[in-house]
Design a protein around this ligand. Structure first.
Ligand SMILES: Cc1cc2nc3c(=O)[nH]c(=O)nc-3n(C[C@H](O)[C@H](O)[C@H](O)COP(=O)(O)O)c2cc1C
Ligand SMILES: Nc1ncnc2c1ncn2[C@@H]1O[C@H](COP(=O)(O)OP(=O)(O)OP(=O)(O)O)[C@@H](O)[C@H]1O
Length: 312
């Protein structure tokens, strides 16, 4: 997939079918837009903003993002798009009128089909709507396609809803809207080394990802990323993760630690992707290490059952 930095760099996409949005998380609603783009024909592309407009316009209220830009681009590619236009978003850019935005897509970039969702708005003060976009396109012989809301069990798929679920630890609800499990990437860093001593060594995952699930114990799958580890179809390894402050040991900082069920070996420095399948229980303080170990054994069995179901 080709990545262009800004509309003016992307003129070779003239005649393209282009989806418009932030696309944080690339959930099922976003995927429906990309399916519509593919139906309209090549070259197929999506335009997204970087940083997320919320970070620029209301930094104090801005949400934690479901996925960072590299992962978003990877997901675009997995949806079959041939190109992405990453438009730098600044306060100055945000002041552009709807007319400017229309001209940049239709005249500068020369898109032929614009694909937006049912609630899409654009330009300063969000004054542009699907109707104004349609008028602007029609005047240039281009078309606008508006995708109706995609819902799952009565819930409209949206980035905000997915974030809410993840923050509550409801990762399987998030998965239903994403169409895949929520994941984050990280590097294995050193911990306190207690895990090995109690029979459950854990990889401490240091992640740049902004959004993490609520504290608790999760059934997970893990895949190694990057050189020299593996190819894109490297296997998903079953695991169980604890997110939290380890109250049994009185640690203050929140960590994400993953115990791989059928793996032994040194993981320090490895880069991995962790997929969260289901929350098994809240984190709690145990009166003794023996009680904690007994519970972790039960967690491992529960995780195996969840992962076996997920792999069916
Ligand atoms: C499946 C699993 C569940 C865990 N649940 C808890 C818990 O409920 N409470 C707690 O204090 N620590 C919990 N832990 C964290 C352990 O205390 C931690 O893995 C161990 O102390 C090793 O930590 P270290 O990496 O800091 O050495 C859990 C760990 C795993 C792997
Ligand atoms: N469930 C959905 N069904 C159809 N289109 C959608 C759906 N969700 C988003 N879209 C469309 O996808 C594009 C990208 O939207 P955006 O990135 O703002 O996503 P969002 O999920 O609505 O985010 P947020 O929850 O933060 O408002 C927009 O054109 C939007 O209208």
């Amino acid at each position: 997939m080709k990545v262009f930095h800004g509309v003016t760099e992307a003129r070779e996409l003239a005649g393209c079918s282009l989806a418009l949005g932030n696309f944080d998380g690339v959930h099922l609603g976003h995927q429906a837009l990309f399916a519509e783009v593919r139906r309209q024909g090549a070259p197929t592309a999506a335009l997204t903003f970087q940083p997320h407009p919320g970070k620029v316009l209301q930094p104090d209220l801005a949400p934690k993002l479901i996925s960072l830009l590299p992962r978003k681009l990877e997901l675009f590619e997995a949806c079959g798009l041939e190109a992405a236009v990453v438009q730098p978003f600044t306060r100055e850019y945000a002041r552009h009128s709807p007319r400017d935005f229309e001209a940049s897509l239709l005249d500068v970039l020369g898109a032929r089909h614009l694909v937006v969702g049912y609630d899409f708005t654009y330009g300063a003060a969000r004054a542009g709507t699907a109707d104004t976009l349609r008028e602007a396109a029609a005047a240039r012989g281009a078309q606008v396609h508006v995708v109706p809301p995609v819902t799952v069990d009565g819930v409209v798929a949206s980035s905000s809803k997915v974030r809410e679920y993840i923050l509550e630890g409801r990762v399987s609800a998030a998965q239903r809207l994403l169409g895949r499990p929520f994941d984050l990437d990280g590097t294995v860093v050193t911990g306190h080394g207690r895990g090995r001593g109690i029979g459950f060594p854990t990889a401490n995952v240091d992640t740049q990802n902004e959004l993490r699930p609520a504290a608790g114990v999760y059934a997970i799958r893990v895949r190694f990323l990057g050189a020299p580890a593996s190819s894109p179809d490297a296997p998903w390894l079953p695991g169980v993760a604890n997110i939290g402050v380890k109250p049994t040991f009185g640690v203050n900082e929140v960590t994400i630690e993953a115990h791989l069920l059928d793996f032994s070996g040194d993981l320090y420095g490895r880069e991995l992707r962790v997929q969260f399948l289901e929350r098994l229980r809240p984190e709690r303080r145990f009166g003794s290490v023996a009680e904690l170990v007994g519970q972790i054994k039960r967690d491992v069995e529960a995780a195996r059952a969840v992962i076996a179901r997920a792999s069916e």
